[in-house]
Design a protein around this ligand. Structure first.
Ligand SMILES: O=C(CO)COP(=O)(O)O
Length: 251
């Protein structure tokens, strides 16, 4: 990846964990005294943010959430606002993960609002984009991911845009063991970077574009050396300290 962008290795725990399992996993990660030039992040269920704040404050591991409300406060039962995440020193939040788009019918516009509100609370949104297998086979990959990114770009000014992280996660590669080849991923990452560049050369240089979808210790390196792949968003392999550490080491 390009020199000017710091690699980000992010774990997405999804709906996994418990107080005791988390303390075991985080304890194993901390015990490894990670010495990496990369930024290391775990995105946990919101109820565990306080635990992360207690265990990870002043360590080299950052933590984030997996979703956030598009509103700052009010009558939105069950939602968690960006300001609440910020209360726990949370630095990042995943928005628009394909599981939320599919199971909670999140639209591009909603994902854009979540990104905007997160930034207003100084939380960096990790904006997920990606095509389904059907869309890929119909030759629509670029169109789908550009439309998803464009919706977020439309609500942000250039300064805010430069602060986001994008994650390209082909839906057919998530949790399936099927990974995009480095060339396939690079091609989409380059399209995303070009889309950013058409709006702001500065943002295109700054924004980190992560790859997600069955990233594992044995395929991480070949993906992470591609020029427009600036890190990984890792699901299953982030739940095992040895695997997550091996991916960090490969970066
Ligand atoms: O969805 C993902 C990360 O957000 C990827 O999950 P897997 O690494 O389990 O395929």
């Amino acid at each position: 990846m390009a020199q000017q962008r710091r690699t980000l290795i992010a774990g997405n725990w999804k709906m996994n964990g418990s107080l005791s399992a988390n303390s075991g996993l985080l304890g194993d990660l901390l015990a490894a005294s990670i010495e990496s030039a990369s930024e290391v992040l775990v995105c946990v269920p919101s109820v565990y943010l306080a635990q992360c704040d207690a265990l990870l404050a002043k360590t080299s591991i950052a933590f984030g959430a997996q979703d956030v409300s598009a509103h700052q406060s009010g009558a939105y039962t069950g939602e968690v606002s960006p300001a609440m995440l910020a209360d726990f020193s949370c630095k990042y939040v995943i928005v628009g993960h394909s599981e939320r788009r599919a199971y909670h019918h999140e639209s591009n516009e909603l994902v854009a609002q979540k990104s905007l509100q997160a930034l207003r609370s100084n939380i960096c949104p990790i904006v997920c984009v990606g095509e389904t297998l059907e869309q890929r086979e119909a030759g629509k990959t670029n169109e789908v991911v550009v439309t998803q990114l464009q919706a977020v770009m439309d609500v942000l000014d250039d300064g805010a845009l430069a602060r986001i992280v994008v994650a390209y996660e082909p839906v057919w590669a998530i949790g399936t063991g099927k990974t995009a080849t480095p060339e396939m991923a690079q091609e989409v990452h380059a399209v995303l970077r070009k889309t950013l560049a058409e709006r702001s050369a500065f943002a295109a240089e700054k924004v980190r574009i992560l790859y997600g979808g069955s990233m594992k210790p044995d395929n991480a390196k070949e993906l992470l050396v591609m020029p427009d792949i600036d890190g990984g968003l890792i699901g299953g392999a982030a739940l095992k300290a040895v695997d997550f550490l091996a991916i960090i080491a490969a970066a």
